[in-house]
Ligand binder design. Sequence first.
Ligand code: F6R
Length: 258
Amino acid sequence: MEVVVHETGEELAGYAADRIRAEATSGVLRVLGVATGSSPSPVYTALAAGNASPLAGLEVFALDEYVGLPPGDPRSYHAVIDREITKPLGLDPARVHVPDGAAADLVAAARAYEVAIAEAGGVDLQILGIGTDGHIGFNEPSSSLRSRTRVKTLTASTRADNARFFDRPEQVPTHCLTQGLGTILDARRVLLVAQGRHKATAVAASIEGPLTAMCPGSVLQLHPDATIVLDREAASELRLLDYYRYVAEHKHAVTPTR
Ligand code: F6R
């Protein structure tokens, strides 16, 4: 994993936005996977603040959606993505896909989502946030490391974390449709962003802890091209922080010995 640490969330968002724009401009990015949440959100703001034209033709796949919110509910991830990504970046709504958490047959909706990703040619770059319990997408602790898109039950801690978006905590849905950890691992490149002290334990466990279903973010240790972009606070529990900084500073200084 490449670990990149920035002083502030603003720098972090700018770095991630530049990377997305550069990939889209060079043509290696056609299918973008997006996450919602307070860490990814400033990345989309930074993207929208710059030249969004390289992004116009992107196909976009969201990671997850609540089950049971009616279509058009402003708290649904479909609505969040529309507000934060589709409209500000001027994307074609027909090319922006979100799991159908309002489907009568959720098993069929999950299967159809996997098929749609495959038919688009797979995700080139997957943006991820991380929950305080280590979830990526909504793959909660104990998720199968090879899981595919499916219904998951949200943990009490995730529901409490997300209660800020609802009038009352009991309104937070209990279930979601989420891409699986195996689905996320299939993305060609992964870029996880995390900001804030409250993410430090989950970040350290994902990067330096054992590979375990108890910390779903640790599955990224199996990914051949994962970049983790952090602010100083989210990086504060990393044991090898000095090493990651050294690697980043000397990235282009390696001289092949033969
Ligand atoms: C949502 C998603 C989640 C969030 C995570 C962090 O699409 O994929 O994994 O990224 O819950 O959310 P924040 O940043 O709001 O704490």
